[in-house]
Structure formats: C-alpha cells, structure tokens
Design a protein around this ligand. Structure first.
Ligand code: 6CS
Length: 316
C-alpha cells in the first residue's frame, strides 16, 4: 500500500530528512511505499494532525507546540529549562524515557493516534526586531508562539506579549510588524529566512524544539506484527540518522545567516543574564502542574528522573 506521511516542514528541513530516511527503510524492506506531504500541501499542523486522527493519512509529524492543545500533558516539552542541553544526553533521553514511551504514548492512543517516535530538532533561539538581554527587553514585544497554552504562559513569564499563530502566518506577521519576535531552532531561522524580518538572535538556553511522529491508531493496530516491527525499526534508523545529521547544524546555520545578513546580531546570554528567565520558568512549571492537572505532575517528575538517568548513562 501507499502510506501518506505529512510534515510541518519542507523536505530538506529536519522533519523532511527524518521522513526521507524512514521512507527509504520502509520501501527497501517491504512492498509498501510512502508518499511525503511537505508543509503547505495539506494545511497547517493542526489540520494534518486531524487528518491522521481520521485516518485520511497514515503518518503525521505533530509537534507538542501544537498538539499540547489536544494532549495537555505533552506541554512538559514546552516548559523552559527542563530538557537537557547536551546533544548526547538528549539523544539518549528520547529513546530511553519511560515517561515518553509509556506514559505519554498511552495518551496519544486515547486520541486515535499511535506514537511512533519523538526527537529534538535543535536549541530554540529568539529572533526579534530589538536586542534582548533580559525580560525587560521583551516588555511590549508581541512574540509569536506555537498555539499550546504553556508557550503563552512561558512568554508571559518572560515579560513579552505572547501571540499564538500557526506557522504559515509568521513571516507575514513579522514583515507587517503585527509581531516583533518569534522562537525556533537555528536551522529553521535560516531555512525560512526569519533573519529577513528580524534583526537580532538570542540564545537563552531555555529549550530544545521537540517533534513527534504519529500514526493513525486504527491503521497501526491493523498492521501485522512484522509490519509494526518494521515501522519501529524504520523509526530507529531515522532517529539515529537525524541525531547525527544535527551535529553542528546550529553552528552551520548561524554561519549561513551571517553570510546572508552580516548586520544580524547573535547574542549568547551569560549565566547571569539567564537567571531571570530561569526564575520565571519556575512559575511556568507550577502553572503546568496546576492548570493541566491530571498526570502533569507525574509527567514532570518522570521527566526529571529520566533525564537524570540519561545524564548518568552518558556522562558516567
Ligand atoms: O514554529 C513552528 O511552528 C515550526 N517550527 C519548526 C521547527 N517546525 C515546524 C513548526 O511548525
């Protein structure tokens, strides 16, 4: 059969590189083929997630920045200063975390989705029209966030005026000054030319962009055991590939941006400058536990334990 697989990004961006590897593995080892639908061909992320829930497509890339509205506990990925910064610790964490692969995976099943894989896409940086060295600089800045409520909570705590928008509206909104800032990994700032409509890049070290690959649950449950194992194996191969692919990607993307626009400023906040953002993060974690309720606290605690274990494994 031909399986349809949607992306929130272009084919040569991180999600597309992952999907291409996944497709190659499935096609080399079965009679199935995969048709990839890059961003813009089937709608915004919320549309493609719905298509996957309905079974109109078999696979979708669905980032928690959007699906946190559907499965509130997923917003743990959006909390500032929770995920580790080290590449190898991150690589270990997504693959070994029981909180992700059991607790959160079960929540996708309740929404007619099967969690195939989750992976990080790179440290998130802020790009703005004015320089940012602390929360005071975000005062009055309409800052675009993805649509999950905890991102609104985060940027409120960071001192900005958060403005949730689907991805397709961001470039135009910056161009027309409806918003004055947004956050994304460096590769995406480069590939989508965010540097054309903002002038300053700031690293605050507050998060890494997480995405998820999901399958329609009825479709996945209907596959044979061998086919299910093949999907899991393709995801493993694609995961290893995308983690290797991302080594040095942030630095290379930064160089390309500075070549295209030498006047762009890039600021890595010092530990001291990060302190007020770290303090603000505490109230966002409290809000996550209180407002999301349910398993939110267990998920956050599970995350912290799983991350500590990954750190010990990688650094030990
Ligand atoms: O900011 C966004 O909405 C987009 N950012 C990335 C890195 N991928 C897809 C997503 O839609």
């Amino acid at each position: 059969a031909t399986w349809k697989y949607s992306l929130e990004e272009a084919i040569d961006e991180v999600q597309g590189v992952y999907a291409t590897k996944f497709k190659e593995h499935i096609e080399a080892n079965s009679d199935h083929s995969i048709e990839i639908f890059p961003f813009g061909t089937l709608g915004e992320s919320n549309d493609t997630t719905e298509l996957a829930q309905m079974g109109a497509i078999q696979f979708a890339t669905a980032s928690p920045g959007f699906t946190g509205s559907l499965i509130p506990e997923l917003q743990v990925f959006l909390l500032p200063y929770v995920l580790p910064e080290d590449h190898d610790v991150l690589a270990d964490f997504y693959q070994t975390s029981d909180t992700i692969n059991e607790m959160l995976a079960a929540k996708y099943e309740d929404k007619s989705l099967h969690l195939v894989d989750m992976y990080p896409e790179g440290e998130v940086v802020m790009t703005t029209k004015e320089p940012v060295t602390g929360p005071a600089d975000l005062d009055g800045v309409k800052f675009r966030v993805m649509t999950s409520p905890m991102l609104i909570e985060t940027y409120e705590a960071f001192g900005a005026t958060p403005t949730p928008l689907p991805w397709g509206e961001v470039y135009g909104a910056l161009q027309t000054n409806i918003i004055q800032g947004q956050e994304n990994p460096m590769f995406f700032v480069e590939s989508t030319k965010m540097y054309e409509v903002t002038d300053h890049i700031t690293y605050a070290g507050h998060n890494n962009f997480t995405t998820a690959v999901v399958a329609n649950k009825t479709f996945f449950d209907g596959l044979s055991e061998d086919e299910q194992a093949l999907v899991a194996e393709a995801a493993n191969v694609a995961y290893d590939h995308i983690m290797e692919y991302q080594r040095g990607l942030t630095e290379r993307s930064e160089e390309k941006i500075l070549e295209a626009k030498p006047s762009m400023t890039v600021t890595v906040l010092t530990d001291e400058q990060r302190e007020p953002f770290r303090e603000a993060a505490e109230q966002v974690k409290d809000a996550f536990v209180e407002e999301v309720g349910g398993d939110a606290q267990a998920v956050l605690e599970g995350f912290q334990e799983d991350i500590a274990e990954s750190k010990a494994r990688v650094e030990g």
